[in-house]
Design a protein around this ligand. Structure first.
Ligand code: CO
Ligand code: CO
Ligand code: CO
Length: 317
């Protein structure tokens, strides 16, 4: 992608951040992002809700406040009943309303495969943007949703997942990262991202590249959706997860004897995953307390940022 040289562009595409940030005045910067995808669950209402939770997440990950969103829709008109589209959009609208965001328009095209997502506009103070580049040695890594979402949704497509696990993964994916973001903004954090297509290790590595640091991850402390383990052992794993694992081969050192399922879960391509927050050590307890006060259901200290410009991840079991 061509690189912009506009001096008001505070965060562009070069640090692969979650959203672009454009300074309007000394007090306000615009935050913009877009995300859409094909159905991830069979239920159209929850497909809509998850697409919106996922789209808003990129704004929350920047420490920003989403204001408005535009629907992006592809739909096989004439093949699927229009009621299905109405239900998808209702799920999206209800999730946006929960976030206090207005969906103010959108665009639909005829498409053989349904697609839904949003383009989001938010605001942030230009001095308080939370980016991939702000991590410093000593920061503690906190994760706010369990991993294994990609593995379980792949299992759903192959009809290998229990009804309870389907409900659980829908609940996890449709949970907004709003409360988690409010907690990190209140505490004062410089670096965070949300865990999506590149998996925990892939998104962590993006932070390390932008921040010129390395990290340790304590695999045993990473929260994981229970059924993901047995599915991973049976090879029920998204193609993107295998791609993440092989892409990161030179960047991650695994302890001897690490099982393949552990490697796959830590690399799993998520949809609407949690925030990965890099919090200064002296603020970590306060952040944990605030996340719990705001009823963020998963709060796990999973590692730390360490020195060295070599952008390496060391996994400990
Ligand atoms: Co993101
Ligand atoms: Co995104
Ligand atoms: Co970010």
């Amino acid at each position: 992608m061509p690189v912009s040289t506009d001096p008001n562009l505070l965060v562009g595409s070069s640090t692969v951040d979650d959203a672009a940030v454009y300074k309007l005045t000394d007090d306000i910067a615009l935050v913009q992002t877009v995300d859409y995808f094909t159905p991830i669950v069979d239920d159209p209402y929850y497909f809509g809700a998850i697409a919106v939770a996922n789209g808003l997440s990129d704004v929350y990950a920047m420490g920003a406040r989403p204001l408005t969103a535009l629907n992006i829709v592809g739909f096989p008109v004439g093949t699927l009943p229009l009621d299905t589209l109405t239900t998808i959009l209702q799920g999206g609208a209800d999730k946006a309303a929960e976030a206090g965001v207005s969906i103010v328009g959108g665009h639909t095209i005829t498409d053989p495969e349904p697609k839904y997502g949003i383009a989001v506009t938010g605001i942030v103070h230009p001095d308080r943007v939370i980016t991939n580049a702000g991590a410093r040695p000593g920061d503690i890594l906190i994760l706010t949703k369990p991993l294994g979402i990609g593995i379980i949704t792949t299992g759903i497509k192959r009809k290998l997942v229990s009804a309870e696990a389907v409900d659980r993964v829908i609940q996890v994916m449709s949970t907004l990262n709003k409360a988690a973001a409010e907690a990190m903004v209140a505490v004062g954090v410089k670096a965070a991202t949300d865990v999506t297509g590149f998996g925990l290790l892939g998104h962590l590595w993006e932070i390390l590249r932008a921040s010129h640091a390395s990290a340790k991850v304590w695999a045993g402390r990473v929260p994981v959706l229970e059924e993901a383990w047995s599915l991973a052992r049976r090879g029920v794993v998204p193609g993107g997860t295998y791609a993440n694992l092989s892409f990161l081969e030179g960047a991650v050192s695994w302890p001897e004897g690490t099982e393949e399922d552990t490697k796959l879960v830590l690399s799993d391509a998520q949809t609407s995953g949690g925030l990965l927050i890099c919090v200064p050590k002296d603020k970590a307890d306060e952040l944990e307390r605030r996340l719990q006060e705001l009823h963020v259901p998963t709060v796990a200290k999973i590692g730390e940022i360490v020195g060295g410009p070599d952008e390496k991840i060391t996994v400990a079991l």
